[in-house]
Unconditional design. Structure first.
Length: 318
């Protein structure tokens, strides 16, 4: 029979052994928690240090570059060798490349663990030349991104007249002043719309686009045909129909000059006329066609000089 002390029952040896084991388990559990917490704190402190020390940029891979050297592209990204790969801002680097090297387009950067960055890009080309004043042109791609400024009007580009940009900085889109009668700048939007329409109908040999009157937009095709489009609404349909009329006319006489009127949706007509009787053609040829011819004339002159020098050399040898 168990004896009691001070009103409490005395534990049997078996019960005392069980109690000791329970106390040991509690101590071990508490110790395990302390050790785990300590290990977690250490890992939180040390892991970033290890990651930052190991994950550092050591190599770049550049894909799609032709106009620019790989070193130029890497430098333009702003990501230096040895920079932490964790903190490298790839979107910011892509924007920096497109801004610094204007002919780059659709730049994308990806991380290649543990130490690399892959730079993939496309290159764009000049499609338009926009007057910016003082005899200068902003050469742009189809998105109206300025690729470079030039005092020459490159052959094969489409000249845009009738709106002088407020800003034309290489690597950025054209900026136009906001007119009092407009809510926001719609000139850039208009030019992009025209560019997309031209790309969609795959039109070629457009020498000039004039947007001085937004209700009377016109183009010059092959320096002999004026395409009057009216306003910018449904401009792709208007342009497509105008080109169809030109193609039909060229099947009859491929050298005729004249005016294609496509100002009414669903209707287009060709009116043959002498070049000197078409005001738009006369103005274009007097002001711009000669500028395109100047580089060719200079090349011919230089070629002539070289021929003369060659002839003189031959005479001296004789």
């Amino acid at each position: 029979m168990d004896r009691e002390m001070n009103g409490q029952r005395r534990l049997t040896p078996e019960e005392r052994a069980i109690r000791v084991k329970q106390l040991k388990r509690k101590r071990m559990f508490r110790l395990a928690i302390v050790i785990a917490a300590f290990a977690l704190v250490i890992s939180i402190i040390i892991s970033p240090i290890i990651i930052f020390a190991v994950l550092r940029v050591k190599n770049f891979t550049v894909e799609g570059a032709a106009k620019y050297q790989n070193e130029e592209i890497i430098a333009a990204s702003g990501i230096a060798y040895g920079k932490s790969l964790v903190f490298a801002d790839l979107d910011e680097a892509a924007a920096a490349i497109e801004k610094t090297l204007p002919y780059t387009n659709n730049v994308k950067l990806t991380k290649k663990l543990p130490n690399g960055i892959v730079i993939r890009l496309e290159e764009t080309s000049v499609l338009f030349a926009v007057e910016i004043g003082n005899g200068m042109y902003a050469l742009t791609n189809g998105d109206m991104k300025v690729l470079e400024l030039s005092g020459d009007l490159p052959d094969g580009t489409t000249l845009i007249t009738g709106a002088i940009p407020l800003e034309a900085e290489p690597g950025s889109e054209l900026e136009f002043a906001v007119k009092d009668d407009e809510q926001g700048d719609r000139t850039l939007e208009l030019l992009k719309t025209i560019s997309k329409a031209m790309a969609s109908v795959e039109v070629k040999d457009i020498d000039l686009i004039n947007i001085s009157s937004r209700a009377s937009i016109y183009m010059i095709h092959q320096e002999r045909i004026v395409i009057r489009l009216g306003d910018s609404s449904e401009i792709e349909r208007r342009l497509s129909l105008a080109l169809r009329v030109i193609k039909e006319e060229e099947n009859i006489n491929p050298i005729d000059s004249g005016i294609v009127t496509s100002t009414i949706l669903g209707q287009a007509s060709f009116n043959p006329s002498d070049e000197e009787d078409i005001a738009e053609l006369v103005e274009y040829k007097e002001k711009y066609a000669s500028e395109k011819a100047e580089p060719e004339a200079e090349a011919e002159e230089n070629g002539g000089e070289n021929t003369e020098n060659s002839d003189n050399t031959g005479e001296n040898e004789d």
